[in-house]
Design a protein around this ligand. Sequence first.
Ligand code: ATP
Ligand code: MG
Length: 568
Amino acid sequence: MKTQINKYSNNFIYNIINEDFKKNKCSLLHTRFPPEPNGYLHIGHAKSICLNFELASLYNGYCNLRFDDTNPVKENIKYINAIINDITWLGYKWNKKIYYSSEYFSELYKYAKELIKKNLAYVDQLTKKQIREYRGTLVIPGKNSPYRNRSIEENLQLFKEMKKGYFNPGEACLRAKIDMSSPNIIMRDPVLYRVIFEKHHQTKHQWCIYPMYDFAHCISDSIEGITHSFCTLEFQDNKCLYNWILENTSVLNRPKQYEFARLNLKYSILSKRKIKILIEKKIINDWDDPRIQTISGLRRKGYTPSSIRKFCEKIGVTKQNNLIEFSMLEYCIRNELNENAIRTMAVLEPIKLYLYNIDDNYQENFIVPNHPKKPELGNHEITFTNTIYIEREDFKEKYENNYKRLKIGQEIRLRYSYIIKAEKIEKDKYGNIIQIICFCDLNTLGKKPINRKNPSVIHWISVKNSFSSEFRLYEKLFNIHNPEQEQNFLSFLNPNSMIIKHGFIEKQISEKIKKHINDIKNKNINLFFQFERVGYFCIDLIDSKKNKLIFNRTVSLRDTWNLKKQLI
Ligand code: ATP
Ligand code: MG
């Protein structure tokens, strides 16, 4: 992928790097994206991915992809594969190979022993609960553990025993010996190593002690020659520890950590822990549910890599935490689909309409453009007959004065076709409308009506030319701005976050899709449509089959959210 110059060149991080280059503190920028493989990537991760990869590219440097895989309890190879797939899909190429913190377990062990030998680390045998109690709070200083003053020899011996599996999880851990009364709680003898008996996806059963994230992260950065280590603001307090570890071990490089504001998106949950709860409780189907803003969910909903990159570029990188409007994300994909999506007609909630002055075997084909402004996108054919489907909401028996769509006695134009006039309705014995009976003015194809007003236009599909399809309409999953902030976020779910409709698309379009469906699925290349007057849609690549097409609404035609918000 080619990077446009200047896209990422107006933020505070760019300025820091520039200064470092000017002062010769750095001659080759080396960044990294370091996911923990304990879930799928989300739009917040995309912000960090774009920042790290784009900056590296801007400076002709490198960006590593490194899995910070220090907790086998929560990690899974399935997440590794999904993360690799998502980053590739977003269009980024990492430096050389995929790195894993677990590759450095031997080196990390060596550095841990180095700290013990310098009397800067000790094996503690307080319980987890006691460690928490001894740590103190923001206003109460911590207390030293009774195990803090063990001799170096004893600590080396015990650490070796931890490694050999002599201790059960929670019975012993290695802690840095820093300062239990430090105003920064992170510095109150943080745990560096713990015992975990779990098979690791990379190192299998080789280890039963695992470094903590804070210990592994900075040393991994250093081993890889990372020059600038970017993370989100929550890690500001961890920076002291990041630097302390690098200063007190014999590592060769000392990368610098810089923090930026994490992405928070309105109506969204981005924490992996909370997304897992939504899946476990079957509120959403999986990590790729189009209602959550994981990369795979957005992809399934119809977002393109470029629309996500555009979004990340637009929100910028600052040090102020804020809540980004959801409509900003929608704006990015809508803009793109407006340029590229094929226009066609679909009826999502059909009602039949019969044109009584047209013969049963009459058929007329119209060639219609795939895009109103882009002839290069070609045409397709639609069929007109005397029985068609229109959208249920385009006809009203009872209506208000300003109602402009179809009603008895009123004319309307069928898109690309004739003007018709509704004359009566046929109902079943329960009072449901079976069909609307209309007159078709055959003098109005491509012409203004004579001596009367131009009517509104509605979309339609000939029954003969229709292919039944499922449409999934997505709304926000939560009905409050900031569900992430709420402890009981599950109480703010929108019960109508997915609405399923059974309707029709044009047969010519369905034939084209069916011909390529396996190809489309295998290559993960979606097709994007604007169903006229309805919205932008894509094919659901997971659930669609040759004989059953399912469409996901990517985004509405207009920003209805801002409108709705103003109405509330
Ligand atoms: P979560 O809070 O969603 O569980 P995490 O921070 O634990 O995410 P990691 O896998 O550790 O997930 O994240 C990898 C990188 O992505 C980190 O550098 C992290 O700072 C960054 N990141 C995670 N969430 C966001 C976000 N919302 N906005 C920007 N960057 C993020
Ligand atoms: Mg994390």
